[in-house]
Design a protein around this ligand. Structure first.
Ligand code: CP
Length: 322
C-alpha cells in the first residue's frame, strides 16, 4: 500500500497574485525560504528535491534578477531548466502567447515561469497549460515573487513584518512591485505609505488602504523601510515629469533625506536602480543601510521555496495518477 500524498505547503498550484495567498501561505513560504538561505550560503548548494522536474523560463520582457534567480533556484533543487529566448523564438514569426505556451506545455514541463507586458497574461494561461504557472511580472499589475523576496529580506532584518512602517516611493503608477508589496505587507500587519508625485500614482490609489504622500520628506519620516522604485520610462505615455533632474531634486533619496527615517531604517529597491534619478549612489552603496544586494540573495532562496511549494501539487497529482 502506498503512503497517502503529503499535503502541499500552500493551497495553490499556481502563483499569479499575492491576493491569492493567505497569511499562512506567506509564512510557510518565508519559513521554507529561510532554510534555502542557509543552504545557499554553503559550498555545496545542490539538492535533489526537484530531480526529474522541468522548469521553463519564458520572459517576454528583459530581466536580470528574476530570470537568473529562477534558473539558479531550479538548478539548486535539481530540476532541468530551459530559458526560452523570446527574441529568437517563433514569437518573432507571429506565434501568439497562447500558442507558444500550448507548444511548450506539450513538452510536459512541471513549472512555467512567465514575464509578460500584458497585465493578467499569466492568469489567462492557466486553462492552456496543465503545469504550474508562476507570474514573474505582468505589465503594471503584479510581481508577486518580488514581494515575497522583499518580505523575506525585511523579516531577516527585523524579525517580523507586523508593525513595520514601509514607505514605497516613486513610480507607483507603473510599478507592479508596489502593488504586490502593498497587498503582502498589509496582509501581514505592516503599515504602508505610498510616496509619489500625483502624476505617478494611479487615480484609484486612495482606495488601496495605504497612506498617500506627495511630499517625499513627509512620506519617509519615521519609516522603518524606505523602498525606492525605478521610473518605468518604457511604460510611460507622454510626459509625466518635467525632467529626471527635477524628479531627483524632489523625490530622490539622498543621505540627508534618509536621516528623516527612523534610526536604523533600511533602504530597499527591487532593481535595476537608476543612480541619480530615484536614488543617490551614496545611499544605494552604503552597506550599513542598503539591503539592495540582500534582496538579490533572498530572491534565489524565495524562488527555491516557490518552486518547491508549487511542485508539491504536481508531485501529488503524479502520485495520484500512478
Ligand atoms: N526586480 C526585478 O524584477 O528585476 P529584473 O527586471 O532584473 O528581473
Amino acid at each position: 500500500m502506498s503512503a497517502a500524498p503529503k499535503a502541499p505547503l500552500i493551497g495553490h498550484q499556481h502563483l499569479l497574485s499575492i491576493r491569492d495567498l493567505s497569511p499562512g501561505d506567506v509564512t510557510s513560504l518565508l519559513d521554507l525560504a529561510d532554510t534555502y538561505v542557509d543552504l545557499n550560503r554553503q559550498q555545496d548548494k545542490k539538492l535533489s528535491t526537484l530531480k526529474g522536474r522541468t522548469v521553463i523560463n519564458l520572459f517576454f520582457e528583459p530581466s536580470t534578477r528574476t530570470q537568473a534567480s529562477f534558473e539558479l533556484a531550479a538548478k539548486r533543487l535539481g530540476a532541468d531548466t530551459v530559458n526560452m529566448a523570446v527574441t529568437t523564438s517563433s514569437v518573432t514569426k507571429g506565434e501568439t502567447l497562447l500558442d507558444t505556451v500550448a507548444t511548450l506545455n506539450a513538452m510536459n514541463p512541471d513549472l512555467l515561469v512567465v514575464r509578460h507586458h500584458a497585465s493578467g497574461a499569466q492568469r489567462m494561461l492557466v486553462s492552456t497549460a496543465n503545469c504550474s504557472i508562476i507570474n514573474a511580472g505582468d505589465g503594471t499589475n503584479e510581481h508577486p515573487t518580488q514581494a515575497l523576496l522583499d518580505a523575506l529580506t525585511m523579516r531577516h532584518k527585523f524579525g517580523d513584518l507586523s508593525g513595520l512602517t514601509v514607505a514605497i516611493c516613486g513610480d507607483i503608477l507603473h510599478g507592479r512591485v508596489a502593488k504586490s508589496n502593498l497587498y503582502l505587507l498589509a496582509m501581514m500587519g505592516a503599515r504602508v505609505r505610498l510616496v509619489a508625485p500625483p502624476t505617478l500614482l494611479p487615480p484609484d490609489a486612495t482606495r488601496w488602504g495605504a497612506e498617500i504622500f506627495h511630499d517625499f520628506e513627509a512620506g519617509i519620516k519615521g519609516a522603518d523601510v524606505v523602498m525606492m522604485l525605478r521610473l518605468q520610462n518604457e511604460r510611460m505615455e507622454g510626459t509625466l515629469l518635467p525632467s529626471t533632474r527635477e524628479y531627483f531634486r524632489y523625490y530622490g533619496l539622498t543621505p540627508e533625506r534618509l536621516a528623516l527615517a527612523k534610526p536604523g531604517a533600511v533602504v530597499m529597491h527591487p532593481g535595476p536602480i537608476n543612480r541619480g534619478v530615484e536614488i543617490d549612489s551614496r545611499v544605494a552603496d552604503d552597506p550599513k543601510t542598503s539591503l539592495i544586494l540582500t534582496q538579490v540573495e533572498m530572491g534565489v532562496a524565495m524562488r527555491m521555496a516557490i518552486l518547491d511549494a508549487l511542485s508539491q501539487h504536481r508531485r501529488n497529482d503524479v502520485g495520484a495518477r500512478a
